[in-house]
Design a binder for this molecule. Sequence first.
Ligand code: NAD
Length: 302
Amino acid sequence: MTSPRATIAFIGLGNMGAPMAANLVKAGHTVTGYDIVPAALQALIAAGGKLASSAADAAKDADVVITMLPAGEHVRDVWLHQGGLIEAVKSRGPLLIDCSTIDVESARVVTAAAEAAGLAMLDAPVSGGTIGAQNGTLTFMVGGAEDAFARGKPILEAMGKNIFHAGGPGAGQAVKICNNMMLAINMVGVSEGFLLARKLGLDWNKLHEICSTATSNSWALSQYCPAPGPAPAAPSNRDYAPGFMTQLMVKDVKLSQAAAEATGSPTPLAALALTFYEKAMQAGDATKDFSVVFRWLAGQKR
Ligand code: NAD
């Protein structure tokens, strides 16, 4: 079991990492952070964390090392290549946890390298968005060995409400890719419904109130409504500031499509939804929240 008061290195303090690290501080852990963008470190200082000059520097005294990075190439880079974190920490035996959403293959390669160095590693991607990260209510879907999961669970509980052991290495990422593929399709569906409702003369608040208790209800509809107004905390009420950037959703749906291709699984709706998010990106909304697909769709002709 990892000590309830752990020394934790947190690498990658962006939209998700910063509030997650802040919740670890709140839970009484000592957190040292690193990000290549200096501005990203401010939130951790404000929360009571410490700063390091590199990933290896952050991890030098850590019982647990967590990464929350954009994509597989960054995760491989930090753990295996430039960052070389596995090499830097292997003599101390910390638990390694990657919370980024990445391809299953990268997760398995990095975990295998960690295990070859005598370290336990978990892939522990999350769901719940920046709101869940701030509130400490994330869902963690975790891949890795049973004993590594038992060590990591108390740490993850400081950042999330539902902590699931999905299976062996890479299983957390497999669940996450399926989750985000379903979410990408669902967000387009909710957007189409709200756009049609307006054309039919309906009030968005009324539609939201009714459908939140009807069979079309979903997280995208009730909490993250892409039409401005009905869900106060949703990015649609602040010009689609992220949240979860469209470029990250495109990354994730592409991961699902690569997995579907490799396994021969039919995903025609996801393939179509991907083209919408890509077009929203091309229209200049790559760094807006992915629910901006609503605004892109609103600009289309039937
Ligand atoms: P982000 O781009 O806001 O944050 C990533 C951070 O990593 C940035 O601050 C960046 O500077 C930093 N970084 C990149 N390379 C680095 C390196 N070599 N060393 C140190 N820091 C480095 O992205 P985010 O929204 O926080 O998402 C992070 C991950 O979580 C992604 O894989 C994403 O798909 C996933 N995710 C995001 C959300 C969401 O709602 N934002 C929800 C669930 C999962």
